[in-house]
Design a binder for this molecule. Structure first.
Ligand code: UDX
Length: 453
């Protein structure tokens, strides 16, 4: 039954990347199911499809990117979005706030990396809540950056990458979430600004749950004196949300019919999310590691995964024949549906936060191959804190890959890892039930929003 509308409208402003769009639209669906009307402001870059969400109202703003332009560096894209969206966003928001034909706007819920929204919301006297799409632990660690710089761990030096950061055990220097893009100073400034504008917000929402990230959440609450809501896993809060509706790429449905023909818990699902890139040598090692394991595999090779390649042309001729039907390769999958399929035994992931959480929620152990940003921290949590997966510590090499797959699917170590991830999955389910931590946090968020006047 449709929930009664509560007469309040929320405005959402997602960052136009898949790993940020998914949690924000899931959150919008959750709050819509609680009676709020939803308006989404989105950029024309990676624009959303309004017909996939007929219950929301959409407004597009132009960020000034040319269609032919190359947008390879994510950090540069984010800086450009912050510089270019300011005025169009202000214009759009001003019009929405003065539209008396619609319900009054209770607040803005924006991606935490849009720093210009602070001044816009303040000038329009609109409460602003942030959604952080990355992991809680990668946010909690920012407060230690001054110490890590003082001790010489940051900026990272090649000679110290394997060293443990004693103050932050079990993290190693290589795990620290530093994007060296065009110089660490620029990144440190971005982080400092992010911390300041977070402190100035009316609240922070994280897609996690207390039992998973208790320590990181306690640190964040201590460092930022704003309300912090951990009401994840979002995609499990709102069971009716369609996994296809916010996908920027077409999802290949042949995955499911192929999985239907595989034995339970036998398949390795391989996907490195929407942004990560690997080189051709790594691509070939992955291909041969999978083939040599003799296990069935479903591999998402996103166009652009190997820069300079269109798709699979780097695979040697005859590769497919060696597989005997044991491998299925697609450009993009319906990942949540895939992970919940009974045939999946292992997820080989880059540990983007969404993928990590989606794997935990289905009780699937992980092979971790982090590439950048928060992924190294997420992977360290998976392998060394929650102990629900194994890292390819010795590099992306076919023998090492085969050995890791065997450990997870055949050996006793794999059994123990599976038991632990199933226990975490049960905790994820429990936190969403009445009385559970995420259930209570959602209630608190709704009360908080309704208290704005
Ligand atoms: C980015 C960052 O890289 C990541 O580090 C950060 O934590 C969030 O933002 P991305 O690299 O795309 O995200 O990875 P991830 O967080 O895992 O998000 C990918 C999303 O795309 C997931 O929700 C996943 O279900 C979906 N997906 C992925 C598909 O629908 N189909 C696919 O084939 C692959």
């Amino acid at each position: 039954m449709e929930q009664l509308r509560n007469g309040k409208r929320l405005i959402f402003f997602p960052l136009p990347f898949q790993g940020h769009i998914n949690p924000m639209l899931e959150l919008a669906n959750i709050l819509h199911s609680k009676g709020f009307s939803i308006t989404i402001i989105h950029t024309s870059f990676n624009s959303l499809n309004p017909s996939s969400h007929p219950h929301f109202t959409f407004h597009s703003i132009h960020e000034g990117f040319s269609k032919s332009g190359t947008l390879k560096d994510t950090l540069l894209v984010i800086s450009s979005l912050n510089a270019n969206c300011h005025e169009p966003f202000r214009g759009c928001l001003t019009r929405l706030l003065s539209d008396v034909s619609k319900e009054p706007v209770a607040c803005l819920i924006t991606d935490s990396v849009y720093d210009f929204t602070k001044s816009v919301a303040e000038s329009l006297k609109l409460p602003r809540i942030l959604l952080r799409a990355w992991s809680a632990s990668s946010f909690a660690i920012y407060a230690t950056f001054p110490l890590l710089r003082e001790k010489g761990y940051l900026p990272k030096q090649d000679s110290r990458l394997e060293e443990e950061v004693t103050e932050l055990s079990p993290f190693k220097v290589k795990d620290l979430p530093l994007i060296n893009s065009d110089g660490p100073e620029r990144y440190f400034k971005i982080i400092a600004d992010l911390e300041d504008q977070t402190k100035a917000s009316c609240g922070l929402i994280l897609n996690t749950f207390e039992d998973l990230d208790e320590h990181a959440l306690a640190t964040i609450r201590q460092n930022y004196s704003i309300p912090v809501f951990s009401l994840g896993p979002f995609h499990k809060c709102y069971p009716n949300s369609s996994s296809t509706s916010s996908s920027l790429l077409a999802q290949d449905q042949s995955c499911i019919s192929w999985l239907n023909r595989q034995a339970p818990k036998s398949v390795i699902y391989v996907s490195f999310g929407s942004v990560a890139a690997i080189n051709e040598a790594q691509f070939l090692e992955i291909a041969w590691g999978l083939a040599n394991s003799k296990q069935p595999f479903l591999w998402v090779v996103r166009p652009g995964l190997v820069p300079g390649s269109d798709w699979l042309e780097a695979l040697p001729s005859g590769f497919h024949e060696t597989l005997n039907g044991k491998g299925h390769i697609v450009k993009w999958a319906s990942q949540k549906e895939v992970l919940s399929h009974q045939a999946i035994g292992v997820f080989w992931t880059h540990n983007g936060w969404n993928s990590t959480l989606e794997s935990i929620c289905e009780g699937i152990p992980m092979i971790c191959m982090p590439c950048s940003a928060d992924q190294m921290m997420n992977a360290r949590y998976v392998s060394d804190v929650w102990k629900v997966g194994l890292q390819l510590e010795d590099g992306v090499e076919r023998g090492n890959i085969e050995k890791t797959i065997r450990k997870l699917l055949v050996e006793k170590e794999g059994e123990e890892i599976k038991d632990r991830v199933v226990k975490l999955m049960q905790k994820a389910n429990f936190c969403l039930k009445p009385g559970g931590s995420s259930y209570q946090s959602l209630d608190a968020l709704i009360k908080h929003i309704l208290s704005f006047n």
